[in-house]
Design a protein around this ligand. Structure first.
Ligand SMILES: [Zn+2]
Length: 220
């Protein structure tokens, strides 16, 4: 089983900081460790009150972009990095630094691969026809180095996790923001959060006064 709670639109719209930190109860939201100095970040966009829909863009009167963050201990933060390194890119931590390096490596390789494609298709005509091949080789090398670095980092974190708590598997929460046609009312559900840690989720929902329910744990 897992626990799901519903964050109302009022709590999302009234928060102007761009970060909704669920800091109660002050324990790790996955394993209940007392020390929880890190966060699991979910970047969300709540949209309500549709103005018009076109094939290019759908406009809403209310759009709130924000990061919902759940407290984590160091060990669960490492597991979170393996699951979703991109969610750590804004963290001022060592793993945040690795996440930024990984993200920059993939972006750089993609830009070079894009340039190679433009040369190959002669969209940018140059006399040296072999230049695209060099660029494509450089892009593949950059991808390979970035992924190898990431895999090495993940192996190290997995080894540490195995040592700290063998056999235990805890995952990121499933959190989604809603998109609704009508304008938002304070009690409309804006965000649905499903957590493995039932006790933590129940205490969190009770503290903030949000509706909470038990649900079946979905297979990973
Ligand atoms: Zn933990």
């Amino acid at each position: 089983m897992s626990t799901r709670f519903f964050i109302p639109a009022g709590a999302v719209i009234e928060n102007k900081s761009g970060k909704l930190d669920l800091v109660f109860p002050p324990r790790c939201s996955r394993c209940d460790a007392a020390e929880a100095p890190r966060f699991e970040t979910h970047t969300l966009k709540y949209q309500a009150g549709m103005v018009r829909r076109s094939s290019f863009r759908t406009q809403f009167r209310t759009t709130v972009k924000f990061d919902l963050r759940l407290p984590l201990c160091e060990a669960c933060y490492g597991a979170n990095f393996i699951e979703d390194p991109d969610s750590c890119v804004h963290d001022q931590t060592l793993l945040g630094k690795y996440a930024r390096r990984r993200s920059a490596g993939i972006l750089g390789a993609s830009i070079v691969a894009g340039a190679a494609f433009l040369l190959l298709m002669k969209i940018i005509p140059l006399p040296e026809t072999w230049l695209w091949l060099i660029l494509m080789g450089a892009a593949l090398l950059a991808y390979a180095l970035t992924l190898a670095d990431s895999a090495r980092q993940n192996r190290q974190i997995r080894a540490e996790l195995k040592h700290k708590r063998p056999g235990e598997q805890l995952y990121r929460a499933e959190i989604t923001a809603k998109m609704q046609l009508d304008d938002p009312q304070n009690q409309d559900t804006a965000v649905t959060a499903t957590l493995q840690n039932e006790q933590w989720a129940e205490e969190c929902a009770a503290h903030y006064g949000w509706i909470c329910e038990l649900t079946q744990l979905e297979a990973k």
